[in-house]
Design a protein around this ligand. Sequence first.
Ligand code: ADP
Ligand code: MG
Length: 503
Amino acid sequence: MLNDKINKRLSDPDVLLGILDNLPTSIAVKNADLQFVYSNRAHCDIIGKSEVELLGASDKDFWEPEQARKFLENDNVVLKQGIELDTEETATNDAGISTLLLTKKSRLTNSDGQTYLLVTNTDISTLRKREDQYKALTETIPVGVVQLEEDGTIAFSNQLFNAYCSGDVSTEGRNTFISKLGKSHEGFPGVACKFETDVVVAGLGRRSVIAISSGWLNIGSAGKSAIISIIDISEMMELRRVNEEVLRLNRELADNMAKLASAQDELLKKGRMEQLGQLTATIAHELRNPLGAVRTSAFLIERKIKDKGLGIESQLERINKGVTRCDNIITQLLDFSRTKQLFCQPADLDAWLTEVVEEESKRLPEKLCLDLQLGLLGKHVPFDPSRLQRAVINMISNASEAMSDHKKLMSAEPRITISTFFEDDHAVVRVADNGPGIPADVLDRVREPLFTTKSFGTGLGIPAIEQIAVQHGGRLEIASEPGKGTVFTVWLPLTALEVEKAA
Ligand code: ADP
Ligand code: MG
């Protein structure tokens, strides 16, 4: 069966020789005297002669004596010792063309006992050129490159890489540098990786580099090799540092600008307050005395006309109301512009608040429902009664005014809910109404002194509440939902210490 198959195999020597002629590998056979007895076409091309010219001749007949000597020396080694030999040989023919050859030589003895030398050559000029191209390429990039073999030999390193080895470019020197890098990353260089590290280089000092390894690859001639790249990022790091510093300074600048803006606001506010203080003093002086005179005169007129049926009671009533309103405005102005020192004493805030609300309710429209929900359980809280009274009254009168101004729009009964409770180490006083609420654009401005939407408003009610809360070491919160109502919340710290700090 096997013989059957073998018999079918092509054995025509012309065809076989034709195949050999078509191989890119050059093949030549020499006899024991090292004369050519066969040469395929590729081999003829390397020498630049025809096969007929080659047969019976030897290397001496075609190559320069020195070159021929080298070829024959290798030939003899193979013939005599019977070993196979792999060498690289450069052959320059008559036309001056050099070819780099990977030459394989082996001894062959046929059945008649004849000895031959079999020579095959593979043209590796193109491969070598490509290798040179790659090496040249690595010299044009700002990256240190090394090819390290698994056994520690260095197959190649470019000049930049050598520069990192602090002058020692021996195999040991370069390996020392590679193992220094390896201290910063486990598995380096055998495992594919990329990391940043610092290296100290003679003449260059400390450099920040990115090290990249391909890990062991089958790219070496024998064992595995790794390609390692070193990229110097010192300048980049410096830039990064500078950039971070600039960012930090920018942030600082923005902070300072914000502080400046708020300081300016504060100054503006102070300036306004000072103007307001002067204005108030003038008004108090110029207005309160004549106002007193008007009130006294009205009182006297009232007494004089009593029971005389003059029918001017309503006018007198209007005079009295007007005087009271003016008096109230003056009180508010005076109260706000005088930043009196607080006089805080721990007291039962709930009990005190009950009295204040009772007193204030007398001045409110009858239809208004007042709801008091006390939750401080008689615990004492430090506060200044006269100042806090002003805050409570302002909150209640604002709610009442908002609801009587929008009576027609109110669907529910007007109601003010005043509640107290503890939260987060604070006593909280909250005044909520179910009035018209405050539109967002108005809400943004209500804390500004002199901001008012009322024709007779002073715009000092809310700033006074806030001032009083802050003087107590607390704060004012305003929440409002248009159409639903408004909630004013005053937070008062429970510890006298906080109050003192604020003072
Ligand atoms: P004034 O009462 O003199 O106008 P305030 O500082 O007390 O000054 O209040 C400023 C503005 O805030 C008012 O003009 C009003 O528009 C609005 N406001 C205050 N409280 C309420 C409230 N409970 N409901 C609706 N709007 C309110
Ligand atoms: Mg008010």
